[in-house]
Write a protein that binds this ligand. Sequence first.
Ligand SMILES: Cc1cc2nc3c(=O)[nH]c(=O)nc-3n(C[C@H](O)[C@H](O)[C@H](O)COP(=O)(O)OP(=O)(O)OC[C@H]3O[C@@H](n4cnc5c(N)ncnc54)[C@H](O)[C@@H]3O)c2cc1C
Length: 369
Amino acid sequence: MLQSVQTLLGDVCTMEYASKCDLNHTAPREAFNAMAQNGWLGLIAPESFGGAAGSPTDLALLLEETGHHFEELGLWLFRNFTYGCYAVLKHGTEEQKQRIVPRTAKGELSFAFALSEPDSGSDAAALRTRAFADGDGFIINGRKQWTSGMDISDYVLLALRTNDLGKKQLGISTFLVDTKLPGIEVRKIPTLGQHAIGTTEVTFTDVWVSNTAVLGQLDHGWAVCEDTLRYERLCLSAVRIGAARRAFEYALDYAKTRHQFGKPIGSFQVTQHKFADMKVMLDTSFTMIRRYAWLMENGKAERADTAVIKYYIGESYKTIADMCLQILGGYGYSMEYPMQRFFRDSRLATIGGGTSEIQKNIIAATLGL
Ligand SMILES: Cc1cc2nc3c(=O)[nH]c(=O)nc-3n(C[C@H](O)[C@H](O)[C@H](O)COP(=O)(O)OP(=O)(O)OC[C@H]3O[C@@H](n4cnc5c(N)ncnc54)[C@H](O)[C@@H]3O)c2cc1C
């Protein structure tokens, strides 16, 4: 499997292609389409839905390799796997599964996830976007912040409030909403990195959706969000550690060929120690992902396990990208070399999908302190 995806991505998603998408702010559509045509978008869907029934380990391997070629392509794929396949298969009705999963598996549909709002980020359950019942559907009003890929998506998995039941986690529902409905306005948010696809602010003004948009049980969507976030954190970690490996390899080549004081800069012990530290972070991260995927496959993954990989791999990617930039010296800082992209993109790894501080809170909460 790995060999074939490596060959494909080596052809359709080179470093130059990734740099061009980043520079021009264009989604890597050609590479996405090539992945779809070769069947990779169906990796985790059951065979009856046109997929390959792959395991979390298979998915982690695919996303690591995709992230290794281009992080934003990996993130696009992860959103489709997580929201368009995993969430629908786990929480959807038969009608939703039949309508959505086969087309997602072919790469015909793309997905975004709208949980965060201007006033609710880490405290996500404090969200205020609201849906009121209206005939055989709902009317939605509110604003979402940081909805990545909304402008290239067909559906958004939208977390909103449908009831006030005391505790803030109650009365939340998850809807699968067509992104092109009247009343939906999308504004791109300029960001430090993630320039190819990036993120958006989305406003919902009297958007009508039918009852068939509800994913999972009405008023109990927080469970869907939590479950989906766990899956998301496996995927995000796999994509990001793949990207970290690419930055590492680039810097390693550079350290072998760049000469100063008559020697390769890789011969200086201070540089060697940086590579040793990065190698330990990479090996640890890959082992952690394998372990977590195994736990998922055996129904043993706990909330804290996901937080451990999200925290460790997010911080490792940020550190590795920073070290690699330092190894390239001025060329690391130059916009004419690719390392700055890893540095900019990696900065999100400790923020998006739940900050490092929140992951530490989740881990600590299980220790009986
Ligand atoms: C580029 C980008 C893409 C994103 N994509 C998506 C997406 O597709 N969908 C989506 O729903 N969201 C998305 N997000 C949102 C992301 O998940 C949030 O930014 C993140 O959860 C943090 O929320 P916040 O930015 O509101 O920060 P805040 O919650 O305001 O936190 C600010 C700081 O305070 C710290 N803090 C907050 N509470 C605590 C606490 N209890 N203990 C310790 N420290 C705390 C945080 O760790 C952080 O350092 C994206 C964000 C960005 C920047």
